[in-house]
Write a protein that binds this ligand. Structure first.
Ligand code: UTP
Length: 289
């Protein structure tokens, strides 16, 4: 029996420099994907996977995040009084229930590994998920749900992976694969941002993880890796051989919303997937094509 995954960590303390000046006063994770912030899409994905407790690792200038997931009684009252049920439903769906949302701060953005480490006390001694909200995933079955299903089969640690063109391996954590059934790849090692000619494969880790709490001990050493940042990949690599470690090729499409083009493409793809918008968007694209 595997221990259930009940908690998810959302590292949202980065500076979002690629979207400046939009992200000067608004956190990158609050940029809207059509009509919902990226971070709310991530929270809904976690909820659909059975996550009960949400841990946000925030930093300076992220207050809008706290307000967004809080209950705004005044707004709810006003919408209710106006009989605007649709807007009220949308607002209520952004709320996270009492005692289920936890905040911790990453005082300086020292890297993803450090951000996850900042959540150690809130996660405690149980398996947990990590979701990077700027990886937006369109999927029939939400990506994290697919990962938890895989976790129930094989236990241990699971990272979501996509096959990338070889010239892009230097942007990702890359799997060294021991065995592969086409869906789950058993991991023999991990390398952060290898040069294309040195990459052991083209299977790249994207922003979804199911991890065992032992990763915190490795993160606690605060070793700087590629780019001088404290890398989650390096800490995860220390678990291999001690615990099961797999990469899951999930069903779905992932968009890198940390980049402008990725964000635009995700916006289009998401709008085209929505029955209320698809026809309008298709007609709009034809006007510009
Ligand atoms: P990114 O590296 O894509 O975010 O990290 P960034 O640094 O904010 O973006 P740019 O490159 O300056 O535009 C992916 C996720 O990890 C979080 C970010 O907030 C984002 O959700 N992160 C990153 C942290 O929480 N702390 C860090 O030190 C680094």
């Amino acid at each position: 029996m595997t221990k259930p995954v009940r908690k998810a960590v959302f590292p949202v303390a980065g500076l979002g420099t690629r979207f400046l000046p939009a992200t000067k006063a608004i956190p990158k994770e609050m940029l809207p994907m059509v009509d919902k912030p990226l971070l709310q899409h991530a929270v809904e994905e976690a909820r659909a996977a059975g996550i009960e407790d949400f841990v946000f690792v925030t930093g300076a200038g992220k207050r809008a995040i706290e307000d967004h997931f809080d209950t705004d009684s005044e707004l709810n009252r006003t919408l209710g009084a106006r009989g605007n049920d649709e807007a009220l439903r949308a607002v209520r769906a952004s709320e996270i229930g009492a005692g289920r949302l936890f905040y911790t701060r990453q005082p300086t953005p020292l890297g993803l590994g450090h951000a996850v480490w900042c959540a150690r006390e809130m996660v405690g001694d149980e398996p947990f998920a990590v979701i990077l909200p700027d990886d937006f995933i369109l999927a029939g079955v939400p990506c994290l749900k697919q990962m938890i299903e895989a976790y129930d089969e094989v236990g241990g640690n699971i990272v979501a992976v996509v096959d990338v063109p070889r010239e892009q391996t230097n942007r990702y954590g890359i799997l060294d694969v021991a065995a592969d059934d086409g869906r789950l790849a058993r991991v023999a090692g991990l390398v952060e941002k290898p040069r294309p000619d040195e990459a052991p494969s083209t299977l790249s880790i994207i922003g979804r993880y199911v991890l065992q709490p032992e990763v915190f001990a490795a993160l606690g050493h605060h070793l700087q890796g590629a780019g001088g940042e404290i890398q989650l990949t390096d800490a995860m690599a220390t678990l291999i051989g001690r615990q099961p470690f797999h990469g899951l090729r999930f069903q779905g499409t992932r968009f890198d919303c940390g980049s402008k083009i990725g964000f635009l493409e995700a916006t289009l793809a998401h709008a085209l997937s929505r029955p209320d918008l698809a026809d309008h968007v298709r007609a709009m694209i034809r006007r510009y094509a």
